[in-house]
Design a protein around this ligand. Structure first.
Ligand code: GLC
Length: 628
């Protein structure tokens, strides 16, 4: 991570001035805005004195914050100004998804029990009561009090209202872009605030990031899809044009055009959808998700994810570093983390999309994808003792629809560490599956989120927790939780990371331990009825976090040392801890984030190949039929 410079660089270095009109415009003014940063609607004016105080103002969770709710019309008007192809009226795209390959003749899975063409209404969802109303009050520990102080200190205000939290507030380190609000990092902060009964900051965050989504974004004259959500944004204070006295605040998003490696933040939009649903479930404020601009935002994200490509798999094809691991780590292709978040975001969207004629095709596309994706991951990503043994004896070069070794995996790929590591009981979802390639590394976030979203079967979910328990020293050790296991070493490290000095073996993304993952572990444990496992992990973290100044990550095989280049006072370390504590205290709150098994998604398949004489549906030809 890290920024190489403000957004203006990408515009000013353009060799061709004819292209200047592509520079982000202020949609409120018909003329080109010469200002360095994109303005309206993400700017607010203030005089010097007001700003001086506003810059230092800290957010109090007990203050009733009044956010400038953007007008519901604001986003659509922004979108009208976009130069990209219009995916807003994307029904045709979804129509295409649904009818391709003869699917038109097939009844969509989930609506089978209803009349043909009728889309199932999402079940009405009762809000989950905020814990402040229901839970008995417990005195916070000193550690929790410290964590709350740090979390409040990390709050970023925009025009006097809280809109997010900085990634880290480490006075001893260069900020790079750690002084920005990262979408993925804000999720545990948002949850901590929501669980505390403080929802305004989350609402502001959801609405402001929604509007950032509509910015034209370019890297060297190429514009990525309209629905892309930024990785992060920063509130900048700028002198107003032609005035030395007046200042304005502007929101400056980074869609990857400044980030190191120019990585595309695929996970941002998926997290945004997941958080939107959690916000609705806990506050009961469903009006937010019903707003036209919010519905459009969901559609734009889904449009990017569901549009046709060259891929043969229902899993999402992405570049390396497109998620929490935002550097080259050999996770390009179909990494588990993205698939689990994708599945979860589809499940959440299905609950939130307003059902009408205009959304029918989208809902069908979602159901079809959910069904195909869950089958694909359950069947092809799952490994346990039996499966490894099966792969060990694979025949290769099989050409047929009935191939057992569908992806032509050479058994020599089974890494030597796995032979001894795979326990008798339990298993896990591997990191990536592609032609002739299985990445056998264990990635924590993907596995945990597969449990949380019910992407894995209930039996697989139990198996994952069993494995984590069995491999406690490897995966939790002195600090929960390893981002992945094991580390890439020697030649593998050189070739796969490109000799990345930050991702040396057992450091950072390459087998480092990230305390923020504690909240996701807690969530998965609660969902599986095993909170005691999470309590044990929290107790391990509690011993060190405050003394070590809440670092971003830990190094070494068992997580003994504070990470070589770890920031201190990393916000999602702090908020991940608080969220874990509050979830353990109010386990029923986990339901704002979890999804239950949907048996209807498993009942059939969306293709018509079963009836065809020429070819069989591979789903029915699948070897293990791991469904429940
Ligand atoms: C690092 C992490 C990324 C995180 C960012 C801000 O780049 O890899 O996941 O969002 O820091 O904390």
């Amino acid at each position: 991570m890290g920024a190489t410079g403000p957004m203006v660089l990408s515009a000013t270095v353009r060799p061709c001035c004819r292209l200047l009109h592509l520079f982000p415009k202020c949609p409120c003014s018909p003329a080109f805005s010469p200002s360095v940063f994109p303005k309206c609607p993400h700017h607010c004016l203030a005089d010097l004195r007001a700003l001086a105080s506003c810059r230092h103002r800290r957010f109090s969770p007990f203050r009733a914050a009044v956010a400038p709710a953007p007008s519901p019309d604001a986003a659509p008007s922004l979108r009208r100004l976009s130069t990209s192809v219009d995916p807003v009226s994307s029904d045709k795209a979804f129509e295409r998804i649904y009818i391709q390959g003869g699917l038109a003749a097939v009844k969509p899975l989930v609506i089978e029990r209803k009349q043909e063409g009728e889309v199932k209404e999402p079940a009405p969802v009762a809000p989950v009561a905020a814990p402040t109303e229901a839970a008995p009050v417990r005195e916070e520990s000193e550690l929790e009090k410290e964590a709350w102080r740090l979390l409040k200190r990390a709050v970023v205000n925009y025009c006097g209202n809280p809109v997010g939290t900085v990634a880290a507030d480490d006075p001893g380190a260069q900020p790079l872009n750690y002084d920005q609000v990262f979408i993925r990092d804000f999720v545990p902060s948002a949850l901590a605030f929501l669980l505390k009964g403080e929802s305004e900051i989350v609402k502001n965050f959801l609405l402001h990031t929604l509007q950032l989504q509509s910015w034209e974004k370019t890297v060297d004259c190429y514009s990525p899809g309209q629905g892309l959500m930024p990785a992060s944004f920063k509130v900048r204070t700028m002198p107003m044009d032609g005035s030395n006295e007046a200042y304005e605040e502007v929101l400056d998003p980074d869609f990857g055009e400044s980030a190191i490696g120019r990585v595309a933040p695929v996970d941002s939009g998926l997290w945004w959808i997941i958080l939107l649903r959690a916000y609705g479930k806990i506050t009961g404020d469903y009006a937010l998700q019903e707003r036209v601009d919010v519905q459009t935002g969901i559609r734009l994200i889904l449009n990017l994810c569901l549009s046709d490509g060259f891929d043969m798999f229902p899993s999402l094809l992405v570049t390396d570093g497109s998620c929490m691991i935002d550097r080259r780590m050999g996770i390009h292709g179909h990494p588990l983390e993205i698939q689990a978040l994708f599945y979860s975001a589809l499940r959440c969207s299905r609950e939130m999309i307003t059902v009408n004629d205009g959304s029918k095709n989208l809902l069908r596309a979602i159901n079809n994808r959910l069904s195909a994706l869950s089958f694909h991951i359950r069947e092809y990503y799952w490994v346990d003792m039996n499966k490894i043994n099966e792969i060990y004896r694979y025949k290769t070069e099989e050409y047929s629809q009935d191939a057992t070794n569908k992806f032509n995996i050479y058994p020599e790929q089974i890494p030597s560490w796995l032979v001894n590591w795979i326990p008798e009981k339990g298993g896990y979802l591997i990191g990536n599956v592609q032609p002739a390639h299985m990445d056998f590394r264990f990635f924590s976030l993907g596995n945990l989120w597969a449990i949380v979203s019910s992407l894995s079967t209930p039996r697989q979910a139990e198996g994952i927790l069993n494995l984590i328990e069995d491999k406690w020293d490897d995966l939790l050790g002195n600090m929960p939780l390893k981002i992945c296991y094991p580390a890439l070493e020697f030649e593998e490290w050189r070739i796969i990371t490109g000799s990345d000095p930050k991702n040396t073996p057992w450091s950072y993304h390459n087998g480092g331990s990230w305390p923020t993952l504690l909240w996701q572990f807690t969530l998965a444990c609660i969902k599986m009825g095993r909170p005691e496992l999470a309590r044990k992990a929290v107790a391990v973290a509690e011993k060190r976090l405050s003394n070590d100044k809440w670092p971003e990550y830990y190094d070494t095989r068992t997580g003994r040392f504070i990470g070589k280049q770890a920031r201190l006072y990393q916000t999602w370390t702090v908020s991940g801890y608080l969220t874990s504590k509050m979830l353990l205290e109010n386990p029923e709150m986990a339901s704002i984030l979890t999804c239950e098994e949907d048996l209807e998604l498993l009942e059939g398949c969306a293709c018509s190949l079963t009836k065809s004489a020429r070819t069989k549906c591979s789903r029915f030809a699948a070897k293990s039929q791991v469904l429940l």
